[in-house]
Write a new protein. Structure first.
Length: 137
């Protein structure tokens, strides 16, 4: 997967291209599992490059978020970047994640997402000195 990057204890996933909604959900879930396996503290997932499907309805959104929560586990903070048309006005996905013990938020741009993640870093944690791409999954 070329769209997965590790920067110290933070992972980045930027899936792009035409795909079905289900394929997009599965790609994000796989990235969340990988970040958890690597021991990452947080992940920024930017879905704005994904195309080929409409914004999810209520039931699709619920299924998507519960799948992602199971994939992430409770120790991984998730900042999701999405196109405005894909963000539910009540941020129901964020509420579902938080109700299941996952720290998550949704944004329309990476700068705000990074600011949110940085504000939630553990005191004294490393400043992510290493950089690299993870491939082969």
């Amino acid at each position: 997967m070329n769209d997965f990057e590790v920067l110290g204890t933070r992972c980045f996933h930027r899936p792009a291209g035409e795909m079905t909604f289900q394929r997009g959900v599965e790609r994000v879930a796989a990235a969340l599992v990988r970040a958890r396996e690597l021991g990452a503290g947080d992940i920024l997932v930017n879905t704005t490059g994904m195309a080929g499907f409409d914004p999810p309805g209520v039931f699709e959104r619920y299924a998507m978020i519960t799948h992602w929560v199971r994939s992430a586990g409770s120790g991984l903070r998730i900042a999701l970047v999405a196109r405005p048309s894909f963000i539910d006005p009540q941020r129901i996905g964020v509420l579902i994640a938080q109700n299941r013990g996952v720290s998550a938020e949704v944004f329309t741009g990476e700068p705000a997402a990074l600011e949110w993640l940085d504000a939630r870093r553990a005191p004294g944690s490393a400043r992510w000195p290493t950089r690299g791409r993870v491939s082969g999954y």
